[in-house]
Design a protein around this ligand. Structure first.
Ligand SMILES: Cc1cc2nc3c(=O)[nH]c(=O)nc-3n(C[C@H](O)[C@H](O)[C@H](O)COP(=O)(O)OP(=O)(O)OC[C@H]3O[C@@H](n4cnc5c(N)ncnc54)[C@H](O)[C@@H]3O)c2cc1C
Length: 524
């Protein structure tokens, strides 16, 4: 029977859930607090430049294909994908860099050049990683984390040792070269934890990296959000932006509705996203949406089911205290994925020596990881990531100019001030100039920043986390915050703090899993 389902947030998880539920014939409405949909994957447009504010690495293309196939569609119905070659480049010092190509053969050659005999070991390592990928991504991650038994299969039983060893240990068993070790430990950073705290089974991320490759949707990751929006609308989903949910109503232990602030309808025209500059002023929208119709005041929405794709911790604060499943002490003990300091820079020239994705691993990896996970302080000499999407995608910057995104991973909840942001920009841009042997500072047309305070204010993110709750052994599958509330009937959760975990592909899967649980409950 057709039900009314209200969804909080419009990130990948919420949009995916909305599509599945609307496909089943339900009346689905999304309520998003921000002016634009997409959550952490929003986009900043400025002076002819276009930046993805959040995700930039399109990995695991099979997960996106599987999502769209569930609706009889393909990614190419919505956006144009290309495989990047090189996939990325890693700087270890002034004249030291390794380029990762778009095939295992090319990567083996790069490894062999660095350490004789390493390509053979790499092939074996990736073969095992592929095997893990086939088990994990094709099957396990599509289980809703309801029971530990979901993880017990004849194949996982054979892999049990890999749950009690770590990526770090397994990589170091095979490789001695520090640069190769760092490259092989890099993919698990997407899972939000240190390689020394991530089960070896997660080597499937290495297969995602070297086996499946790095892709780019023309126009940026936001094209995926737009594709999902288009699909959702075609299925009848209604989307309301500028509509923060203030409260979830619970009557007799059942979610019955929500209090929503100042509803407005979604404008289809492209406009800039209001992200913060420094911590002081906010970027103004350049285009006034035409069809926004504020109704003013707060509105009570009734619903048969509520699904929240907003950060789990925040969603629970919308409930009366005794209806929350997890106490503050629960969240405080959890390992959160890092927060980040981001810069979006318009350069007045093409930048040399860089790839679309470029990593700067020229400082002490361990010291930076310790600052994030153990000491919760700003790192002395941070590693950083830089993306120059205009190297391969002419649509994201004016001719002969470059769009640059810089990211420094940080401990959640560290102090965030304009002075600290600037200090760290100077630190990395000085190193960047030295390592890539060029001056870029005098070519900066503008720069915007986004950090801990913005993650909190823009997304209601717990401690300003960027990527949600890390996938450590004790925060995997059924050990993660549940998709279905244990205390409030008809209330469900999705997204990167829940099952299966952080990243765009897992968020998509999370939406599918939560929608599946709702559908299952309706049939009971
Ligand atoms: C800087 C950065 C880089 C990243 N890089 C990558 C990458 O390269 N590849 C990759 O795969 N992943 C990457 N990730 C992770 C990936 O972006 C996230 O895992 C994913 O986008 C999370 O989606 P979500 O739907 O779970 O949550 P979100 O995108 O956070 O969506 C939640 C939504 O809920 C809304 N909301 C919150 N509170 C309320 C409320 N009270 N009422 C209404 N709405 C509310 C928020 O505004 C938001 O729109 C990155 C993340 C960040 C931040």
């Amino acid at each position: 029977m057709k039900k009314k389902i209200a969804i909080i947030g419009s990130g990948f998880a919420s949009l995916a859930a909305a599509c599945y539920l609307a496909k089943e014939g339900h009346e689905v409405e999304i309520f998003e607090k921000n002016a634009e949909i997409g959550g952490r994957a929003r986009q900043l447009k400025k002076d002819g430049f276009c930046f993805d504010i959040g995700p930039t690495w399109y990995w695991m293309p099979d997960v996106f294909e599987r999502f769209f196939a569930d609706f009889g569609k393909k990614p190419s119905d919505y956006y144009e994908l290309k495989k990047l070659d090189p996939a990325y480049k890693v700087f270890f010092g002034k004249d030291e860099s390794i380029t990762i190509g778009d095939s295992l053969e090319k990567i083996c050659a790069a490894f062999e050049a660095e350490e004789s005999g390493s390509s053979k070991k790499l092939k074996q390592f990736i073969e095992e990683a592929k095997n893990n990928y086939d088990i994990a991504i094709k099957d396990l991650v599509y289980r809703p984390g309801v029971s530990p038994m979901e993880l017990v299969t004849p194949t996982t039983a054979r892999k049990i040792g890999q749950f009690f060893s770590t990526i770090s240990k397994e990589v170091r068993k095979e490789f001695d070269n520090q640069k190769l070790i760092q490259i092989l430990e890099f993919p698990v950073l997407f899972l939000g934890a240190k390689a020394s705290n991530t089960p070896a089974f997660y080597s499937f991320m290495n297969y995602a990296d070297f086996g499946l490759g790095t892709w780019h949707p023309n126009g940026g990751m936001y094209k995926v959000i737009e594709g999902m929006e288009s699909l959702a609308r075609s299925l009848g989903v209604q989307i309301h932006t500028n509509s923060p949910v203030l409260e979830i109503y619970v009557e007799q232990d059942t979610a019955t509705g929500m209090l929503v602030k100042n509803q407005e309808s979604r404008d289809k025209s492209v406009r800039d996203v209001p992200i913060a500059i420094g911590t002081e002023k906010r970027l103004k929208n350049t285009g006034k949406p035409k069809d926004i119709k504020p109704t003013g005041g707060n509105k009570k929405i009734t619903a048969d089911y509520i699904l929240s794709g907003a950060d789990y911790h925040h969603t629970e604060t919308l409930l009366p205290e005794h209806k929350r499943q997890y106490k503050e002490s629960y969240w405080q003990k959890k390992t959160f994925a890092p927060s980040a300091l981001l810069f979006f820079v318009g350069f007045n020239k093409k930048i040399e020596q860089v790839s679309h994705h470029t990593l700067f691993f020229d400082t002490d990896f361990e010291a930076h990881a310790k600052a994030i996970y153990d000491d919760a302080k700003w790192p002395e000499d941070p590693l950083f990531y830089a993306s120059f999407p205009s190297v391969t995608d002419a649509s994201v910057a004016p001719e002969n100019k470059e769009a640059g995104i810089f990211l420094i991973p940080l401990a959640p909840d560290v102090e965030d001030t304009p002075a600290l942001r600037e200090k760290y920009f100077q630190k990395i841009i000085t190193r960047f100039e030295k390592l890539t042997r060029q001056n870029v500072t005098d070519q900066i047309l503008f720069k915007e920043s986004f950090c801990v305070k913005d993650f909190k204010e823009e997304y209601n993110s717990y401690k300003g986390n960027a990527y949600g709750l890390a996938n450590t052994l004790l925060q995997t599958a059924f050990l993660r915050p549940k998709l279905k509330s244990k205390k409030v009937h008809r209330l469900f959760f999705a997204g990167q703090l829940s099952v299966p975990g952080p990243g765009v592909p897992p968020s998509l899967i999370s939406g599918k899993l939560a929608a599946g649980l709702i559908q299952k409950e309706m049939k009971l």
